[in-house]
Design a protein around this ligand. Structure first.
Ligand code: ADP
Ligand code: MG
Length: 321
């Protein structure tokens, strides 16, 4: 059959429109088969845990309860603010047989201490107290007091007896603080529990530290990152099966004049870290890595962060100076 060129052009256009509509329609049907419209509901749940606000978003109603129960279990083990926690007892006694979870996180912390050449150091506890960050009675300590406390610190002061899960401090006065890593670990434990319950899609936001499990009805979870100085949004991230943690000098700090003293301390100097970074976000495969490394990069600064990143797979670091 012969058509004039004009009619042929029209036919081609109609065919293309027809094919596009057919494709669009089948894509819609495919998606609604996977995610039926009435099931496209998200449940949101929140709770105060580990000194921060946890928010869980998931298409599964049970996700919140699972996450909160696991985070609360970890808090009871690791919080220095709970007198009966394993960490509080270890800090009082100087030697304690601990659970597998507590042993694991202390061992991982020792690894991060080595990898960061001491920038990440859980034996920072007496220094955190000295600066008043534990009881919010902030002060600038004397150099003598800082020097005395630095002698109690360092990964060599912590002995791990692998055989019987005993943690021991080499000298009296050493104490540990898992504030820079416990939340990330709790996220990983919660994600493990979700997967055991066959929940594959969930976004957990633990006071700005996030784990994005799976996706939201086929779309990646989108996360907003807070600005360092004002509470405006600095950017957004799209995450799938990854954690993002932000450490900054705006989360906990005190001012004397214009000088800002923040809660992340440099174990080398005994003073709040001053690496020229005001905020850093680390994106990693696990919450534990993201948490520990965002604190580490905040202490180490931009240049050393590059060397550190090279030691890990799949690490992304975003720095605001
Ligand atoms: P946030 O608690 O706001 O999530 P971080 O994860 O960076 O922030 O952890 C900061 C906490 O870690 C401090 O409040 C303190 O308890 C502890 N800490 C401070 N300096 C260090 C350090 N150099 N290494 C390990 N832990 C630290
Ligand atoms: Mg941290």
């Amino acid at each position: 059959m012969a058509f004039s060129p004009k009619i042929r052009r029209y036919l081609v256009v109609f065919l293309i429109i027809g094919w596009s509509l057919a494709l669009f329609n089948s894509a819609l049907r495919f998606n609604s088969l996977r995610y039926p419209l009435k099931a496209k509901q998200l449940y949101r749940d929140n709770r105060l845990l580990m000194g921060t606000f946890w928010e869980v978003t998931s298409p599964n109603k049970q996700a919140g309860a699972i996450v909160f129960s696991e985070a609360s279990r970890i808090e009871q083990l690791l919080s220095k603010y709970i007198a009966t926690s394993e960490i509080s007892r270890l800090n009082r006694l100087g030697k304690l047989k601990v659970s597998a979870d507590t042993f694991y996180i202390i061992k991982k912390s020792q690894e991060f201490c080595r990898l960061t050449q001491g920038a990440f150091d859980i034996s920072v506890a007496p220094l955190v107290d000295l600066w008043g960050f534990t009881n919010q009675k902030f002060r600038v300590p004397s150099d003598d007091k800082i020097r005395a406390v630095l002698k109690l610190m360092g990964s060599d002061k912590i002995i791990l007896h692998e055989k019987d899960s005993v943690v021991e401090f080499r000298i009296p006065g050493t104490r540990i603080d898992l504030g820079a890593i416990a939340k990330g670990f709790a996220l990983d434990c919660a994600v493990k529990k979700l997967k055991e319950s066959k929940i594959d899609n969930c976004l957990i936001n633990a006071g700005g530290q996030v784990y994005a499990l799976g996706d939201k009805f086929g779309q990646t979870w989108k996360i907003a990152i807070r600005g360092a100085r004002k509470s405006e949004i600095a950017g957004t991230l799209e995450l799938k099966n990854k954690s993002a943690s932000t450490s900054g000098d705006y989360q906990q700090y005190f001012l004397i004049g214009n000088k800002r003293y923040c809660h992340i301390l440099n174990p080398k100097t005994g003073y709040p870290a001053e690496s020229g970074i005001s905020s850093v976000t680390v994106i990693a495969d696990s919450g534990l890595e993201a948490d520990a490394l965002s604190t580490s990069v905040f202490v180490l600064g931009k240049e050393k962060a590059k060397e550190l990143a090279a030691k890990f797979n799949n690490l992304e670091i975003k720095i605001t100076e």
